[in-house]
Design a protein around this ligand. Structure first.
Ligand code: GLC
Length: 799
């Protein structure tokens, strides 16, 4: 039997003493006298991979998670042979391997222990399946905290928790329920102001235990495969996350419309209903960029078909929606209906592309269409074929995005909710059972979908969203947190899940706003949209088996709040787009939990609710009914209340009053916040000014704005503009400098600069060092400075 606790089983085996070692460039091999080999590879001075085998040789090295383009290369590497240990030294780390038992301890160069093996690597032979249950245990010191691991529905700090990674269709999951839809076996440890990361790149069912089983031990183990993990050094959490994201990859820039508001329901049909919904958005002036078609658009749930009763002419409808600024996104599931008259089924059958059971028959399971077979997306030929199936949807009909669902893979009416474990997969030429391929099935489906949508959307940018994912899926797709529930607790969970995914490499995520199952009250919906507009992916979705969940389904007050917050999101699009750029360029998460923002401040280590949106806006959702405000923690530094412009200093807990149409929002002093005018959809308007809200601070602060054509690939040829604004504030003056890079010319010609929090009365305003070049009376009258976008410096003095 497979144990699911690390220590329960008494038959653990351990490496014995090291008998030899050798080095091959960046890799050092240690051989024990019971056939264990440890291969230590230095990928970067701060990134070390540990791979163990108990067979005396290593199997083929293959990973779906690791990005081919990850940064690789170190400055310094030395291996020292000491009496009792070997030491591997880089310019950042020292890794000591005990000769007596192969245990590892990693230090920084000041000899502080960063992470030390407790039992270290050990294993249990798996008689039933062959191979091993591979295990690792580490010493955990008091005060250590743990973060990461993707979509876990629990508190931010995982200390005291055990989690399980096995992609599962978990309808209406509850707090602390395990496992969920995604598998991101990556965590961050923080102790003594030092952060490190562990990425356990093993696709079998894995477990992580953070001082749950034993107080001073953290451990991780897997029901098969190799003990194969990466140690990522910080010491800042920021560095751990950007290095992990570099290793597992970044997405490409989405079209800007994908950052707009999306509306979804299971399901909008027929065409008349879709048109009513979209028309109402425009009539009520609630911005919206995307409308979703859930499974009922298909003919009997057959992927790549249309129900012609509901949608007689999809091409015309999609084009009419597009004329009105709506992009159509359709769902595509993995289950292919067994039906010999159905072209997708016939093709896959002819080509032998469906997954098979160990003894030969096709894997058969029930999903929405009834009995289905399932393509083996781990076969590159299948992915190629699948990609080709999108030609008609995208090129002919004009669909702009694809939604992959049920790809855990979900199977109905069976106890384990998925494939039997004997199902075979190609695994890109490394044939294996479903035990190994289960956790990456959804990822490979999303990858194949991405290939197809990208190919036919080109020269525009693709948009894909997936429910299941493994580490690295961010390269292909955005994601959402699955079938949540319309409860206050789920609002709390959504906030944490999206932050957690953000620091787990998967930045482009959101939750079903309002909750998927059950009916939210107007108040809950309003509080959810107030949070949702600050999530990178912003979509209302509901199961449709209760009341409606469009913004107008509640009362006028809720409608007005919804409009107000979606408007704010559309105003902040240049800010949001810039944070996306920083994510794809540098791997910087778009949402930053407080501990990520300021790990030195131990007050942040157990915070769940507050987060930084981008780099400069602090968001704190209201998570309880009937609130007239809430207690919250304001991180260190100086902040402005967004609603009142009142300045407050952080580093403390405080009470913030809010009205129903507000949540606590604070802008960091020194910020220059770029804003577009409100548009009903991206690219609706051509406007000639960009608003810049300047929040005064004494000292220096930089803000950046990335802009390009908002779609297409010209930015890759340098057609983008990257603006760096620097604010220098003193007692009686403020200087705003602008530095521009890149070749993109925006349509607007001017900035409207609004000055917030100036501690003095303005006496002079000079543009580009020309004395008194700006009339301060007109500034007073207008409330902003109108400055040509080519300016270098604005200098304001005061008395
Ligand atoms: C699953 C999805 C949900 C979708 C439904 C019907 O429950 O998670 O988002 O609406 O299937 O396709």
């Amino acid at each position: 039997m497979i144990t699911n606790t690390e220590l329960e089983y008494k038959g653990n085996l351990y490496p014995s003493k090291i008998v030899s070692f050798d080095q091959n460039v960046d890799s050092v091999y240690f051989y024990t006298d019971n056939n264990v080999i440890l291969k230590v590879t230095v990928l970067r001075d701060s990134l070390i991979r540990f791979r163990y085998t108990t067979k005396g040789y290593f199997s083929t090295d293959f990973s779906y998670a690791i990005d081919d383009n990850h940064t690789h290369g170190y400055n310094f590497l030395e291996v020292v042979d000491k009496t009792e240990s070997y030491q591997i030294i880089t310019s950042k780390l020292k890794c000591v391997i005990q000769k007596s038992d192969l245990r590892v301890c990693i230090y920084d160069l000041q000899d502080n222990v960063l992470l030390e093996d407790e039992l270290g690597f050990h294993w249990e032979e798996s008689y039933e399946f062959g191979g091993n249950i591979v295990k690792m245990s580490k010493v955990s010191k008091d005060g250590e905290s743990f973060y990461g691991l993707g979509d876990k529905a629990t508190q931010m700090n995982l200390k005291g928790k055990r989690v399980e990674n096995f992609a599962t269709d978990q309808y209406a999951y509850q707090k602390d329920q395990e496992p969920l839809y995604k598998v991101v076996p990556f965590y961050i440890g923080l102790q003594n102001n030092q952060s490190y990361g562990i990425f356990f790149d093993n696709t079998f069912r894995t477990f992580f235990d953070f001082c749950y089983e034993r107080r001073n031990v953290s451990s991780f183990w897997s029901e098969g495969g190799e003990m194969n993990y990466y140690f990522i050094y910080g010491p800042q959490m920021q560095e751990v996350v950007t290095r992990y994201t570099d290793l597992t990859g970044k997405p490409e820039l989405p079209p800007m419309w994908a950052l707009g508001y999306h509306q979804c329901k299971w399901s909008y049909y027929p065409e008349k209903n879709v048109k009513e919904i979209t028309a109402k958005f425009r009539a009520l002036k609630i911005p919206c960029d995307a409308i979703y078609l859930d499974i009922d658009y298909m003919e009997g749930f057959r992927c790549f078909t249309w129900n012609k009763n509901y949608f007689p002419d999809p091409k015309r409808m999609v084009s009419e929606l597009s004329d009105n600024g709506f992009k159509t996104i359709v769902i595509i599931d993995p289950g292919i209906k067994i039906d010999t008259d159905y072209f997708v089924y016939k093709e896959a059958l002819e080509k032998d592309f469906f997954c098979k059971r160990a003894d030969g028959p096709y894997m058969k399971g029930k999903v929405w269409p009834g009995e289905c077979n399932f393509p083996d997306y781990t076969n590159p030929e299948v992915r190629e074929w699948w990609a080709g199936l999108f030609k008609e949807l995208i090129s002919e009909i004009g669909v702009k995005g694809v939604w992959n669902d049920m790809n855990e893979p979900a199977v109905m009416e069976v106890p384990n909710k998925t494939f039997p474990m004997d199902v075979r997969h190609d695994y890109d030429g490394n044939p294996c059972s479903h035990r190994k391929a289960h956790n990456i099935y959804g990822m490979q489906m999303a990858r194949a979908t991405y290939q197809g949508v990208k190919k036919y959307t080109y020269p525009k940018r693709p948009f894909i969203i997936t429910r299941s994912a493994y580490s690295g899926t961010q390269r292909y797709s955005s994601s959402w947190t699955g079938d949540n529930v319309a409860t206050w607790e789920h609002l709390w969970l959504a906030n944490i899940q999206v932050q957690r995914l953000s620091i787990s490499g998967m930045g482009f995520t959101g939750s079903d706003i309002g909750g998927f199952a059950e009916q939210p009250s107007g108040e809950l919906y309003a509080r959810w949209i107030q949070l949702g507009v600050f999530h990178p992916f912003c979509r209302t979705h509901s199961s449709g088996d209760h009341g409606n969940q469009e913004p107008w389904a509640f009362d006028v007050e809720v409608l007005d709040i919804t409009r107000k917050f979606i408007n704010l999101r559309y105003q902040l699009l240049p800010y949001l787009y810039t944070m996306f750029w920083q994510y794809i360029e540098e791997g910087i998460p778009m949402l930053k939990p407080l501990v990520y923002y300021d790990q030195e401040d131990i007050q942040t280590h157990y915070r769940n609710d507050e987060f930084i949106f981008g780099n400069q806006i602090l968001v704190c959702p209201i998570l309880e009914p009937n609130s007239s405000g809430r207690r919250m923690y304001l991180p260190r530094g100086s902040w402005y209340n967004y609603w009142t412009n009142e300045r407050v200093s952080g580093g403390r807990e405080m009470w913030v009053d809010t009205k129903f149409d507000e949540i606590p929002l604070f802008v960091k002093a020194g910020t220059i916040l770029p804003k577009y005018p409100v548009q009903q959809y991206v690219e609706e308007l051509e406007f000639d000014v960009l608003t810049l809200e300047v929040y005064y601070k004494e000292g220096i602060e930089k803000s950046v704005v990335y802009e390009d054509a908002q779609d297409g690939y010209d930015y890759k040829k340098g057609r983008y503009s990257f603006l760096t604004f620097q604010v220098i504030g003193r007692d009686n003056e403020v200087i705003i400098q602008l530095h521009k890079e890149g070749k993109f010319e925006t349509n607007y010609t001017h900035y409207e600069i609004k000055l917030i929090g100036l501690p003095f009365e303005i006496s002079t305003i000079a543009i580009n060092n020309e004395k008194d070049s700006y009339d301060k009376v007109s500034y007073k009258k207008e409330g902003f400075l109108k400055v040509a976008k080519e300016f270098h410096v604005v200098h304001i003095t005061g008395v």
